[in-house]
Write a protein that binds this ligand. Sequence first.
Ligand code: ADP
Ligand code: MG
Length: 238
Amino acid sequence: MSHLILENISKTFRGTEVLTDVKLQVGIGEFICLLGPSGSGKSTILRLIGGFEQPDVGYILLDGEQIQDQPPNKRNIGFVFQDYALFPHMTVEENIAFGLKCKKIDKQQMQERIRFVLNLVGLTGLEKRYAKQLSGGQQQRVTIARVVALHPSVLLLDEPLSNLDAKLRRQIRLELRALQKKLGTTTIMVTHDQEEAMTMGDRIAVLQNGVIQQFGTPLELYNHPVNLFVAGFLGDPP
Ligand code: ADP
Ligand code: MG
């Protein structure tokens, strides 16, 4: 059974249809990339899955249960936004603890989870550092650690690396992929970077004007693009 299913989703903003009949079936533990140019509807898909928007038409199923009408805090879905959005005046551990307190995790478990996730992202020792004192790469690692600490069933990443320079982006790409493999968390990452999608995704959904043009493995897309848009949008083979 698929872990997460989007069934015939359509969404209109102010009379403009921004998603048309979007279908996606994601297996447990898969790393999916949503790839498409700016304005193609990638973030809207994530916001629908996260519960920050509701579809006009269609269903979202998580473990077989319809969730499209549930509020975000009932969905157990973790979201990393494009900007870091840490609390700058809080320490690293306070930033991670914030969400755990909202979920009423007890103090001892909280300490254990903080230790575990900081070790995962290689930031052990920086617990007491203020977020605003960290480098961009460190801040992004904390945003990922903070979400992972909540044990989400699905992890949604909206262009999480786009604010980093090219070298750091490549490094964090590898770290993120290794981390995801280790945890086995079903993950959907939005990107407009072909190379990023081709190197990270188990499967890639290519989006154009709110329509999924193709959904397949990097090799399938590269070897058998269904149309010129997909062919033109992909970079070098993985
Ligand atoms: P992407 O993430 O691929 O750049 P988005 O999902 O952010 O694309 O946006 C898709 C389209 O929907 C864009 O034309 C955008 O202007 C429009 N859009 C997104 N959110 C809203 C909103 N809340 N109200 C009106 N239009 C929106
Ligand atoms: Mg976007």
